[in-house]
Each structure stands twice: as C-alpha cells, then as structure tokens.
Design a protein around this ligand. Structure first.
Ligand SMILES: Nc1ncnc2c1ncn2[C@@H]1O[C@H](COP(=O)(O)OP(=O)(O)OP(=O)(O)O)[C@@H](O)[C@H]1O
Ligand SMILES: [Mg+2]
Length: 159
C-alpha cells in the first residue's frame, strides 16, 4: 500500500555483537504512507534493525536515509527530531509522574521547550507559568476516547 515516494531507505546494513552477526547486509525501502512490516523468528534481528534505524546502535556497515538525508550513526534524539519515533518491546513508564504526564513526555521531545540545558536543569527554557504557559507534559492532551483515559490521566501509573 504505497502512497508516496520513498521516505526511508536502509542499504546494506550490518550490525555485529562481537562474533555474532545480528544483521547482515539488510536493505529495503519504505514509501510514504506505506505500512511496512518486518517479521522473523525470535533472535532474527528485528529489534536490532529498529535500533539501528532509530539511532540506538550505529551499524558496522551500510547506511540509513530518511527523507533523502543520511541519518546513519546520528544520536537517537536527533533522529527523533527529524521525525522517526519508536516504541520499545518492553514498555516502561516514569513512576513518579502521572499517566497524563507520561503521555506528554513524547510530545515534549518535539517541542522548543526541551533543549539539552533545559533538561539538565529540569525546567523549561521559557518561564512555564507565564500567562497560560504550562509545561508541555502538563498540557498534553490524553486522548479522551482511550478506554479509561478520562479517569486515569491524573493517576499514578501502575508499576
Ligand atoms: N545488545 C546486544 N548485545 C549482544 N547481542 C545482542 C544484543 N542485542 C541483540 N543481540 C543478539 O542479536 C540477535 C538479534 O536479536 P534481536 O533482539 O534483534 O532479535 P529479534 O528479532 O528482535 O527477536 P525477538 O523476536 O525475540 O524480539 C540475537 O542473537 C540477540 O541475542
Ligand atoms: Mg525484538
């Protein structure tokens, strides 16, 4: 189901863990609007592939091109800002903030209020309380049609 031009290209990507070749010259292209699945048995290298594409691992060989720009080896936060997001196989939440704020963390990573220094000092770049300016995590909209979302947004996440 391709709807546009190529948006993601993976070319000859290899990733070794010591003597183990988790990925060996993997290549494919994904078109804009296409639903593209990667399937394989346990240990086939699916997560390793997604970790290379999202910048968690640098490949030993090959390149990843997103929207015509090579992103091979860029750190995950830069790749995220270019528009690639991933979820983890084992999900985790920040236990000390609410369900709604956990949802908002993803939105905050794409906002102007989440610079490195702002993160270090644990405060937004601009004064958050100034006339209606709430930190993104607080004002992120939790989808109200999610089952239980209306009741759970302010609750502590289950561990
Ligand atoms: N950080 C790592 N260090 C060493 N070996 C690793 C590491 N990550 C993955 N591997 C190995 O690389 C191979 C591919 O693992 P990967 O997790 O990518 O497979 P997968 O297809 O996602 O499997 P599953 O279906 O179980 O999620 C496996 O042999 C795994 O043990
Ligand atoms: Mg996996």
């Amino acid at each position: 189901m391709a709807a546009g031009g190529v948006i993601l290209e993976v070319e000859g990507v290899s990733k070794n863990f010591g003597a183990l070749a988790a990925l060996s010259r993997v290549g494919f292209a994904v078109s804009q609007g296409q639903v593209f699945s990667v399937i394989g048995p346990n240990g086939a290298g699916k997560s390793t592939l997604f970790n290379v594409v999202s910048g968690l691992y640098a490949p030993n060989a090959g390149r990843v091109v997103f929207r015509g720009r090579e992103i091979t080896g860029l750190p995950p936060e830069r790749i995220n800002r270019l528009g690639i997001a991933k979820t983890f196989q084992i999900t985790n939440v920040f236990p000390e903030i609410s369900v709604g704020e956990n949802v908002g963390v993803a939105a905050q990573s794409r906002s102007a209020e989440s610079g490195r220094l702002a993160s270090l000092w644990r405060r937004p770049r601009r004064p958050a309380r100034r006339a209606g300016r709430e930190p993104v995590a607080r004002r992120a909209a939790v989808p109200r049609d999610l089952p239980g979302a209306r009741d759970r947004a302010d609750a502590a996440p289950a561990r």
